[in-house]
Design a protein around this ligand. Structure first.
Ligand code: SF4
Ligand SMILES: [Zn+2]
Length: 336
């Protein structure tokens, strides 16, 4: 923890951190349709489930990150993750092909995922066709290789690793306190290829230090970069306030929370980069964040339809006409 990490952490509001470790934080089965939960992948639509595991906090301190809220201060206790998985898997409907194990930290870090639990975790997830985990680009060492060997079985991309690519805006990236430099992503992508692991990239919408008028362009550039380094999926995530540092940046004029409008504009631009139908990179709006964004929007009349439109874009991989709302005027200029 360096001085900048300490400063950002000191601004964090006091929150009640989860302490009960026998249950996962949440089990979210992504709903694109009422009956079938699916995510587009380069191989087509799959039934996908996301499990939010609860464990140790990430050692990095990115200025936009609020994931520490969903972590515990010490290391993940031994046995907690297998126990959480048991609860989560019992709650899943049948036919789930893809399992996302998101731990608000780094899957290949022993503080977060104890080595002693690896076999027990492996046993529980080995039956899924694809498993997605998250990691910082600098944490793809021996443990990533262990999982690649044990879970990969040589099938390319059976284990997929999600990296926060965030933004390729050089000035902004540098100030995110990411604990990485741009070249780390190329190295990480190469390492994943060598290990036979798939790559997923998270792309931020509403990046601090990027002018509002330039957000769409930098999201687009970042999505293109994700494709260049071989991502299977680029997932757009709106930056959420509430971690203290973002409020400071907002007061200083360096950040504004992205509106639903802005998020839609970014998705509309980025979806042009989708090559999912050709077995290439899929572009999507992060399904978990859609509800959050909707809640923050000021017009209650059009929000469900707009969120639904984003879901349809996720499902189809092509542009879908904007919703026009007579109440707030959104989308009214779209056809002129
Ligand atoms: S590396 Fe990921 S989890 Fe860690 S502080 Fe940064 S955004 Fe948050
Ligand atoms: Zn409206």
């Amino acid at each position: 923890v360096n001085a900048e990490d300490r400063r950002v952490r000191s601004l964090r509001p006091a929150v009640v951190r989860p302490l009960e470790l026998e249950r996962p934080l949440d089990v979210l089965v992504e709903e694109v349709d009422v009956l079938v939960e699916e995510e587009r992948t380069p191989e087509g639509a799959v039934r996908s489930a996301t499990v939010f595991l609860l464990g140790a906090e990430c050692p990095f301190t990115c200025v936009f990150c609020d994931l520490w809220r969903h972590t515990v201060p010490g290391p993940t206790p031994r046995g907690a993750l297998p126990a959480q998985l048991d609860v989560a898997l019992a709650a899943l409907p049948s036919g789930v092909e893809q399992l996302k194990l998101y731990n608000a930290s780094n899957f290949f870090e022993p503080r977060a995922v104890p080595d002693a639990d690896r076999e027990a975790i492996l046993e529980r997830i080995a039956g899924f066709e694809r498993v997605v985990v998250e990691s910082h680009p600098r944490l793809l060492g021996e443990r990533a290789a262990w999982w690649a060997t044990r879970l990969g079985h040589g099938a390319a991309g059976r284990l997929e690793v999600a990296l926060g690519l965030e933004t390729v805006h050089p000035g902004a990236f540098e100030r995110l306190n990411k604990g990485a430099v741009p070249a780390d992503y190329e190295r990480a992508a190469r390492r994943l290829r060598e290990l036979g692991l798939g790559l997923r990239c998270f792309v931020l919408v509403g990046v601090p230090f990027v002018e509002e008028s330039e957000q769409v362009e930098w999201v687009l550039r970042t999505v293109r970069r994700a494709r260049e380094i071989g991502a299977r999926v680029a997932s757009l995530i709106p930056v959420r306030g509430g971690n203290g540092e973002l409020e400071r940046l907002r007061a200083a004029g360096s950040w504004r929370p992205p509106s639903l409008d802005q998020f839609e504009a970014c998705v509309d631009a980025a979806i042009g980069e989708d090559r999912g139908a050709q077995g290439g990179m899929v572009v999507q709006a992060d399904p978990w964040d859609l509800e959050t964004l909707g809640r923050g929007a000021h017009c209650s009349r059009c929000v469900p339809a707009r969120v639904d439109r984003l879901r349809r874009i996720n499902q189809l991989g092509v542009a879908v006409a904007r919703i026009e709302c007579p109440a707030c005027g959104v989308g009214a200029g779209a056809r002129r």
